[in-house]
Design a protein around this ligand. Structure first.
Ligand code: CMP
Length: 135
């Protein structure tokens, strides 16, 4: 099915100069960029995005990380875009992600793992409304 998904290129991707290289992977796969913006977010926006994680032990440093500098938020569209993007991103922990994936090629961290992609149609709808309320 045709789907939209919310993707973040996290502050490590911007700091490392990997925005173009990462966007290329999504575009080369055939996904279409519907919206894209570089932003610096505050803690409240991080809490909205990561609502299901705010009570977890790993959340405080994650919150510091995602508010530490500019990130790039985008919406991608395509056939089965949610699952396809998660495949391109690779496993959450860069140390365990398969070669050929963004994280498996470019990250060695469980936190600074370069990208976020919505994990379900319900998450995609919720996250797109948070980041791009006009869409
Ligand atoms: P993301 O796909 O954005 O979803 C939740 C984020 O929390 C995840 O990517 C990582 O950046 C971070 N994360 C998840 N699990 C851990 C963990 N065990 N330790 C540190 N960070 C984590």
């Amino acid at each position: 099915p045709m789907q939209r998904t919310l993707v973040l290129l996290k502050p490590d991707a911007v700091r490392r100069g990997l925005v173009g290289a990462i966007l290329s992977r999504f575009e080369q796969r055939g996904l279409r960029i519907v919206a894209l913006e570089q932003r610096v977010i505050d803690g409240a926006q991080a809490d909205r995005h990561y609502a299901e994680h705010v009570e977890r032990d790993f959340y405080p440093p994650l919150r510091d990380f995602v508010t530490s500098g500019p990130l790039v938020a985008l919406v991608l569209e395509g056939d089965s875009a949610i699952e396809v993007v998660r495949g391109i991103n690779g496993a959450t922990d860069g140390r365990k992600a398969a070669p050929g994936t963004i994280r498996g090629d470019l990250s060695l961290s469980n936190r600074e793992n370069l990208v976020h992609g919505s994990d379900s149609p319900e998450s995609a709808e919720r996250e797109i409304a948070i980041w791009f309320p006009g869409l």
